[in-house]
Design a protein around this ligand. Structure first.
Ligand code: PMV
Length: 290
């Protein structure tokens, strides 16, 4: 029996654009998914297509038990965390000796098959290695996380489908490339500005607000996301934006330590769930078997 866990993430900048080779920045966060895998002669058919694909790719049979501190379908990277933790647990249980880089690559393949061939390596890379990372095509650059980063997540409690939202942007890109391409290019420019302003919370916040507006323009907004973003900004956040695929799911805000509770309260006041969290620097790790 082998038990591994992997963290969730927030997409700080560049979601959707990252699918088309533009830069994206993501950060691993504390809530985790914990997966136990046990070798068995008979394969227990997993409910999750992600887990089924992990067993298929690793070419082994076994049973699996998942515990999650992360809400699923909420834009917080739960499917990537399940995938990474499952691959690590299989790797350990069956002594397959794959490196973490190989695990991250396999996890990306799993997400690709679940998202109809359109998935960036961001979620799976950041969940495997932790910390903050810039992804652009096959390039992955680890970033030095800013100090005093107060982050409040607002989960709309409206579940979304990543592949549906990715498909929606692909549709816009196909039907109206003259509209879609400049929006994706602007998101890319904002992401690069953000990378150079990690320690300037005011500028970082402005850039978040711009990125949020462009996600709305791409058609991946939701009334609850708009409501939470506006509530967080009114409560004093430096900036607030959707995180992840959109169409529901979650948003995040950055704020000063003194306004953190006010921002979380404003989100809860909109009948959503606020999560106050910080960066995870561990990435995937082995846990004690229970
Ligand atoms: O909502 P999430 O956590 O699945 O994030 C999706 C991010 C996208 O950029 C829309 C897709 C991707 O593969 O990067």
């Amino acid at each position: 029996m082998a038990t591994w866990s992997a963290p969730g993430k927030v997409f700080l900048f560049g979601e959707h654009a990252v699918v088309y080779g533009k830069p994206g920045i993501a950060m691993a966060i504390k809530p985790r998914v914990i997966v136990t895998v046990r070798e068995s002669r008979y394969h227990q058919k997993p409910n999750s297509p992600y887990i089924a694909e992990c067993f298929r790719l690793m070419d082994v049979k076994g049973s699996v038990y998942v515990r999650s501190q992360l809400p699923s379908s909420s834009g917080l990277g739960s499917s990537a965390a399940v995938t990474v933790a499952t691959l690590c647990a299989i790797n350990d249980e069956f002594e397959l000796k794959k490196t973490k880089t190989e695990i991250a690559d396999l996890a990306h393949q799993v997400e690709m098959s679940a998202q109809n061939g359109r998935a960036s390596a961001t979620d799976t890379y950041v969940s495997t290695f932790g910390g903050m990372v810039l992804v652009r095509g096959s390039e992955k650059r680890r970033l030095l996380p800013p100090q005093n980063f107060s982050l409040v997540i607002g989960n709309t409690l409206v579940s979304h489908s990543t592949s549906e939202m990715v498909g929606k942007v692909a549709e816009l890109r196909k039907n109206s490339p003259d509209i879609a391409e400049p929006i994706l290019d602007s998101i890319a420019a904002i992401t690069m500005h953000a990378m150079h302003n990690l320690d300037n919370q005011k500028e970082f916040g402005n850039l978040m607000n711009m990125n949020h507006a462009l996600l709305d323009a791409l058609g991946v907004g939701h009334p609850m996301l708009s409501k939470l973003v506006l509530a967080a900004r009114s409560a004093g956040a430096y900036g607030a934006k959707t995180t992840g695929a959109g169409g529901g799911g979650s948003m995040y805000a950055i704020c000063s330590k003194s306004s953190r509770n006010r921002v979380a309260g404003a989100i809860e006041g909109c009948d959503a769930r606020a999560i106050t969290t910080t960066i995870d620097t561990d990435g995937a790790r082995k846990e004690k078997d229970e």
